[in-house]
Ligand binder design. Sequence first.
Ligand code: ATR
Length: 289
Amino acid sequence: MNSGESEATEQGLVLLGVLGDPIKHSKSPLMHKIALQAAGIEGDFVPLHVKPDQLEDAMKGIRAMHFRGVNVTIPHKVEVMKYLDEIDEGARLIGAVNTIVNDNGRLKGYNTDGIGYVRSLKEETSVDLKGARIAVLGAGGAARGVIHALLEEQPESVIILNRTRDKAEQLALEWTTEAIPVRGYSNEDAKNVLATVNVLINTTSVGMSPLSDELPLETSLIPEGIIVSDLIYNPLETRLLRESREQRGCTVHGGLGMFVYQGAVAFEYFTGVVPAVEQMRAAVLSSLS
Ligand code: ATR
């Protein structure tokens, strides 16, 4: 047990929360409360509505009120880094923090989005990412977290396809190595570069409700039988996933698992306990339907 946990224990409670604007519809409180309960930890997880101009004060509040940790969501994941005492190496490279652990007033930021995503992909599809040829659609914040975690799995190569070619090329340049080539392309190059990939991941918001009729990529360009994954979980199965499954015989993986596992990894950082992931997933799923 580290010092932060002992402090929380002295208070009698492990106090956790999620900070965002808006925050009312976040499923994190529901999911983490289930995890606390299943782990037999006395505590609570609350939604915290924090406007951008209140972020610095909110961090002081986290310390003053002895929160053990918080998740951070839109729009604060980048800005919040200014107010932390320490930033984990992965989060620094990604450029965003979604999890803060409070060790006796010392705030350390982590990013569990990418790690959570990769855990979910591996658990739910049994994919072997080592040696895989991976295509990522999108080059924004979500893509950064996902690609960073994918590179830890030693794929053979990663290609990034984006509407704006420059952003794909920039990101590729930042992360390419001799061992694992990362290359950036425009969406228009899809038909020339997708033929040999075996995992395709959509990190853009194209296909998200209410525009769930949209496709980030023409389905006919997807190689048959590969793994297709979408970070979107609303709807649970996007048009991209449905058509990949029905028309291309693909194994598909939706975004709900990423949400659950980013929370599960954060919960481990907060409490040192591996949470009941399936109970967390079931709770979120039933609240969505
Ligand atoms: P996030 O943090 O969710 O990744 P972001 O940083 O705004 O959000 O990035 C959104 C990504 O989705 C970008 O890669 C964006 O492409 P551009 O770089 O060209 O803006 C992509 N994206 C968003 N809407 C899109 C659309 N309608 N068609 C194609 N790509 C889109």
